[in-house]
Ligand binder design. Sequence first.
Ligand SMILES: [Fe+2]
Length: 313
Amino acid sequence: MAETDYQQLEERLGRPLLAQRLKIQTHHVARLFGSGKVWFHIEHIRTLHRIIRNILKATGLYKRGHRNALAVRVNLQELRCADLPEAFDGFRLLHISDTHIDGNPELIERLIQLVEPLTYDACVITGDFREGTFEDYETPANRMVELRRYVKTETYAILGNHDCIEMVPVLESGGIRMLLNEHVTLEHRGETICLAGVDDPHYYETDNLDKALEGVPEEQFKILLAHSPEICRKAAFAGVNLYLCGHTHAGQICLPGGHPLLINSKCPRECHSGLWSFEEMTGYTSRGAGTSSVDVRFNCPPEITVHTLRHRV
Ligand SMILES: [Fe+2]
């Protein structure tokens, strides 16, 4: 990445947080313990991924799990929100999360097929474009740009714990507006709402909600994009009305009934998947479109979501 790109990112993210991200990016490769919100990061241990994959192959479960991983569904979700301006009643947001798009070469075609016929007013992507947590970032960034070509509206995104800051210029040059502790204003039928996004709160902990909401009028309706649900309490107390996130994959490998074996997230249980609320704030945690660590899913179908915002009376 060019020196001028780093300078621009420093202005946007702030010098201390950019330094924090770059240092963690450099040092995290061999680390397993003691970083981020949780101490154990399965996504960093490739040997463990191989062991799990081999066990699944030996027991004949791998093929089924891999098929499940590609069976992405379009989930139509109604979100009832307090204080939603009337003009936004019926506003539709296409929500894509956790594609880990280089982890499964067949996934991009499946996503294009699903996205192409949909109708919506804006698209949001809540991070984790990359399968790995280091090395090649250009392949996943370029594949996301390819997917973006099939999205008919403005597209806003944030980085996840798998993504590096160097992806930002590639994604933005492909038409994906990244929100690095920043916000934009969405206008619809003469009214406006705020769409804010924070950097990864889970592993890099470079989220800065105050900066993301700087200058936003207190009474304005606020949507927050955060990679994980882990800052939901802070967001609710900061006046966020709608919180959209992913990260958990709802467990990805679950027991029948959707009970996850592992949730790599430090947040209330209700926020692990789907629709939830915290005080007056409505939240939604996407199950994600892709897979992490091992390219299988069990009892936990992948999704992209079309949210329809509704005024809550
Ligand atoms: Fe993820």
